[in-house]
Design a protein around this ligand. Structure first.
Ligand code: PLP
Length: 296
């Protein structure tokens, strides 16, 4: 078995023709060989969507919420609706072939395909995750960066695709490098009108007087699958939760902060803009235990 397991979907959407009418729904392929055509719009324009799904002991976590967001993102880009059944089977197949590691991930990629072909491209691959322990136990530092949009961008300018998980992550990666230049591990985006949005690849969760609070999801950010499960954990534990407009003053006043996402799970923030923050490590440990033992 190889470390990375790749499968290519023959017909990623029922609304488009299969790539090969005689082939199976998906086929395994050697991950390091060329499969994507150089003119694929996913490659040359970032015109497509993706998901990254945590895998624990071979089991994909929060699979249905990820598939629902995958479809939502595809619809926002006017892509043919992904065939959830075909994607689910492909994801399960690559997970089953993955070496028995404790933690891994599956990435699903769905593009508009080669220009003029009217056939979207789809593939999924699974691989082991690197060691996430330091971020979870020692925390991470972040700086706030202006995203350049107001918090109502999703409503005023839907063509900017804020809130869709598109393949165009060059901006997020540039923000991550800027955070590095400022001596931090990651960035937290803020809207031009002063509302805290999300990380470059994660959502913000705050502990405020015993409640868990996260920014509202209608402000041009991704609705996180991990954040939703953190709230499920909190509600099971009898804590109140809420989606709010969060200002920088609210961020300063919070008791503890986390960036939460697939793969890394809950990473406590140990500093924001160079200011040390209190971390709630016992709660962090309980949250991560819950996240890593999810059945679905
Ligand atoms: N926000 C952004 C911009 C992301 O890229 C991600 C995940 O990659 C998230 C939030 C968190 O989403 P999830 O918890 O579903 O992984």
């Amino acid at each position: 078995m190889t470390e990375t397991v790749l499968a290519i979907l023959n017909q990623p959407s029922r609304d488009a023709a299969p790539h090969d009418p005689d082939a199976d729904a998906f086929w395994f392929a050697a991950p390091l060989e060329e499969h994507v055509q150089v003119q694929d719009l996913g490659v040359i324009r970032g015109d497509g969507v993706f998901e990254t799904i945590t895998v624990v002991h071979g089991r994909p976590q929060a699979l249905e919420p990820h598939l629902a967001r995958f479809e939502r993102s595809a619809r926002m880009l006017d892509l043919p609706v992904p065939d959830a059944g075909a994607w689910r089977r492909t994801i399960e197949a690559v997970c089953a072939e993955l070496d028995p590691v404790r933690e891994g991930f599956v990435k699903t990629v769905y593009t508009r395909g080669v220009e003029g072909s009217d056939r979207p491209t789809g593939w999924a691959y699974a691989a082991p995750s690197g060691d996430q322990t330091p971020a979870r136990t020692e925390g991470i530092s972040v700086v706030t960066l202006d995203r350049g949009y107001r918090h109502d961008v999703e409503r005023t300018s839907p063509w900017l695709l804020q809130g869709a998980k598109t393949l165009s992550y060059a901006v997020n990666m540039a923000a991550l490098r800027e955070a590095g230049r400022r001596g931090a591990d990651d960035a937290l985006f803020v809207s031009t009108d002063g509302y805290v949005l999300e990380g470059t690849r994660a959502n913000l969760v705050m502990s405020v007087g015993g409640r868990l609070v996260t920014p509202r999801t209608d402000i041009g950010i991704l609705a996180g699958t991990t954040q939703a499960d953190v709230f499920r954990f909190a509600e099971d534990a009898g804590m109140d939760t809420s989606y709010e407009l969060v200002t920088l003053a609210d961020l300063d006043a919070a008791d503890a902060l986390w960036l939460v996402s697939s793969v890394r799970q809950a990473a406590p923030l140990r500093s924001v803009n160079g200011v040390t923050r209190a971390m709630d490590l016992p709660l962090t440990e309980r949250i991560n235990e819950f996240l890593l033992s999810r059945e679905a």
